[in-house]
Design a protein around this ligand. Structure first.
Ligand SMILES: Nc1ncnc2c1ncn2[C@@H]1O[C@H](COP(=O)(O)OP(=O)(O)OP(=O)(O)O)[C@@H](O)[C@H]1O
Length: 268
């Protein structure tokens, strides 16, 4: 399998009035095509900076970012992005919000075709019947579903998500996790998910990358072996010993990244 994202020896510091703030230190990350990489790490360690580098929104001081075999130097149209607050345009319907990237990336695509493509995704995430509503008429979870459709409507090479489910209640969040799996089953895409939720990282990730405290480097990579038959990930799987062990390992790594002494595991 070829690596769709290759981050090689990336080091970066922000220039601030108080001097340079080192944020990334010789960071190396590889994400094979079609894989889902979850990135976790202490608050402020540089996770969002990593997403900006992959999207080509900034250049590292040292090192290289490769996407689909091309060196990233400028902002990429082939990257879809989703954030904690889905920024949907209130003056547009849900349908017109979802087709927005197609207007930019595929301006010659006939409107009927754009609508068909958007409707296909809206149906998949359970929003058929809401396409003519305005964003304010939808719940937070529904808005995030629409935002996810918008992020992948133009079939980007990679979907970057910066805590997209962080503002949702626990039940809605779990629904959205399942929606992510449904979307990926329909049309596989490569994804990088920044999250603070270790369960989310294990449920969604093929690999979980733990970043160290700032300046961040790759401290630990967990190859997720999700329990269950036929590759289908069921939520109940999170409550199995296999997942508990993975979560315990990640928790320990986060404590190390925070510079804390890992707490001993609780014996049952
Ligand atoms: N444009 C900028 N100029 C200066 N400093 C910045 C800039 N962007 C981020 N920083 C600083 O760089 C560090 C890393 O920020 P970043 O947003 O990448 O971390 P993060 O891991 O995503 O944080 P969190 O988990 O809290 O969302 C922080 O200390 C932040 O204050």
């Amino acid at each position: 399998m070829t690596n769709l994202i290759e981050i090689k020896g990336v080091t970066h510091a922000y220039q601030t009035p108080d001097g340079p703030l080192p944020v990334l230190d010789n960071l190396n990350v590889s994400v094979p095509e079609g894989e889902f990489a979850a990135v976790v790490g202490p608050s402020g360690c540089g996770k969002s900076t990593l997403t900006r580098l992959v999207a080509g929104l900034m250049k590292p001081d040292e090192g290289e970012v490769w996407l689909h075999g091309e060196l990233v130097k400028t902002p990429r149209k082939t990257v879809g992005m989703a954030f904690q607050n889905p920024v949907l345009l209130e003056w547009r319907t849900i349908m017109d919000n979802v087709i927005l990237p197609l207007e930019i990336v595929a301006p010659t695509m006939p409107r009927a075709k754009r609508r068909d493509r958007a409707m296909e995704l809206l149906t998949l995430v359970g929003l058929d019947g809401f396409e003519d509503k305005r964003p304010s008429e939808l719940s937070g979870g529904m808005r995030q579903r629409a935002s996810l459709c918008r992020s992948i409507v133009h079939k980007p090479d990679v979907l970057i998500m910066d805590e997209p489910f962080g503002a949702l209640d626990a039940f809605t969040r779990e629904d959205l996790w399942q929606t992510m799996h449904a979307l990926r089953a329909k049309e596989p895409f490569t994804a990088v998910l920044i999250t603070h939720d270790l369960r989310e990282s294990v449920y969604l990730g093929d690999q979980v990358i733990v970043l160290s405290g700032r300046p961040a480097t790759t401290q630990y990579v967990l190859d997720v072996k999700y329990p269950g038959e036929g590759g289908e990930r069921k939520l109940e799987g999170l409550y199995t010993p296999a997942c508990s062990d993975m979560l315990a390992a990640l928790r320990e790594q986060i404590q190390i990244a925070q510079g804390r002494q890992p707490e001993p595991a609780v014996q049952s």
